[in-house]
Design a protein around this ligand. Structure first.
Ligand SMILES: [Zn+2]
Length: 436
């Protein structure tokens, strides 16, 4: 025995460990092996997990001192913090009026032609000050934390010019300094063709590859680059040009692929060795084989299909059977998924994608970590991993999908520190600071 542990959770009715080889995400039949420990305990020292196992064994293994915080988790489930590997969290303005229009039968094209859709968000995000964008981003991160999400990927892509794309990335940088939720920034300058380049797309791609991407890379403002590869937006060839350039500059590649039509986006993601291919509603058989062969993570976004009342959902079971590692994300954005709850994603993944509760939980923790190249330290509750832990007011993990409209999160621990307690934020400088 060494020094006393800082925090101990004990007597959890279920402790979900998600044990995983650190070098690869789960696929095929491994996806639902979530490492359940009944009557589980978990000990934290500093920012890391020190011990995990049945309560009696952990109590025998660790030292408890007068300063050790002890959390009793009888009747509750303990799991890794949710990771959301695909969001567009930095934006100004919501689009609730368009939602009503869509429900009345107005098409997205008509909305777009009237200056709405993504162009609405681009105009408002360009007009927003850095301070206003930062304040609204911090409020959104608070909400993620209350839902048990401890790490989020966030994409730029509502600036679509040098100054405003950099502004979005700087907001993410500042928010990571101020907020416990960990942010993985992705550059998505190729989210849409900006209005002022409507007939000069080539010129915009030149701007991205020659000016903006090199600046993003040299300032270390993003870990990944992403492209909206879709009919009428960026072609496979254009996406390849942008992402190859990003890779030359040291960024990882991600791709919005095969959402509305099978354009060969999945094949491109595999060819580039992208870390993930996202959406994939229309992915081809060949695309699935290529993803499996290269181990590209398929990030599926069922909330978007649901919110858009799309004709179908991504072929999750086919992807899993083919050996493609599957992760799940909210796609949080003001137009097509104004939703931040990974529990809701899990509910839809079970009901609409055919995943089991265990598979969906793996897809929002360990595999989501791998979709961000963070699987070596995030996504599982095993000794040595970062202590990002959620305690749910639920006797088993099945309750997440079963009661998916209810926020069951009671306690959230980020890097060993309690940041949500009894369902309320406990953040320094805001709220009343939890003293154990
Ligand atoms: Zn997206």
């Amino acid at each position: 025995m060494s020094s006393p542990v800082d925090l101990l959770i004990k007597n959890a009715s279920q402790l979900v460990t998600m044990p995983a080889p650190p070098d690869r995400p789960r696929s095929g039949g491994d996806l639902d092996e979530i490492g359940l420990i009944p009557d589980g305990a978990l000990a934290i020292s500093g920012e890391k997990i020190l011990a995990v196992g049945p309560t009696t064994r952990v109590l025998a293994q660790v030292e408890i001192g007068p300063d050790t915080t002890i959390l009793e988790a009888r009747g509750q489930t303990v799991q890794p913090g949710f990771i959301d590997p695909h969001t567009h969290t930095v934006f100004a303005g919501w689009r609730e009026a368009e939602f009503s229009q869509r429900l009345r039968g107005v098409s997205y094209l008509e909305i777009l032609q009237a200056g709405g859709g993504i162009l609405n968000t681009v105009a408002r995000t360009r007009a927003a000050s850095f301070e206003d964008l930062l304040a609204s981003t911090l409020a959104k991160l608070d909400q993620f934390l209350l839902y048990g999400t401890t790490t989020v990927e966030i994409k730029s892509g509502y600036g679509l010019n040098r100054a405003d794309e950099i502004k979005m990335l700087r907001v993410m940088e500042a928010a990571s300094q101020l907020h416990p939720v960990e942010i993985v920034p992705t550059f998505l300058g190729a989210h849409a063709v900006p209005p002022e380049f409507q007939d000069r797309k080539e010129r915009y791609i030149d701007l991205l590859t020659r000016e903006i991407l090199p600046e993003v890379a040299s300032e270390k403002l993003a870990q990944f680059a992403d492209v909206f590869c879709e009919e009428g937006v960026f072609t496979v060839q254009e996406s390849e040009r942008i992402l190859s350039r990003a890779q030359e500059l040291g960024l990882g590649a991600k791709l919005h692929a095969d959402e509305l039509a099978a354009t060969g986006g999945a094949e491109l993601a595999a060819r580039l060795g992208a870390i993930s291919a996202d959406h994939l509603l229309k992915v081809s058989r060949q695309g699935i084989e290529h993803l499996a062969k290269r181990g590209v993570v398929a990030v599926l976004l069922p909330l978007t299909s649901f919110f858009l009342r799309a004709a179908g959902f991504a072929p999750a079971r086919t992807l899993i059977q083919a050996g493609v590692p599957v992760a799940l994300a909210t796609d949080f954005n003001p137009g097509t998924s104004p939703v931040q709850s990974q529990a809701l994603t899990i509910g839809l993944a079970c009901l609409k994608l055919g995943l089991s509760p265990a598979e969906a939980l793996a897809a929002t923790t360990v595999n989501a970590a791998h979709a961000l190249r963070q699987g070596d330290h995030l996504g599982s509750l095993t000794p040595g991993k970062q202590a990002d832990v959620v305690i749910l007011n639920a006797p088993s993990h099945e309750f997440i999908s079963y009661r998916f409209g209810t926020n069951l999160v009671r306690t959230v621990i980020k890097k060993g520190r309690i940041v949500v307690f009894q369902g309320r934020l406990k953040l320094k400088g805001r709220g009343d600071g939890y003293e154990p």
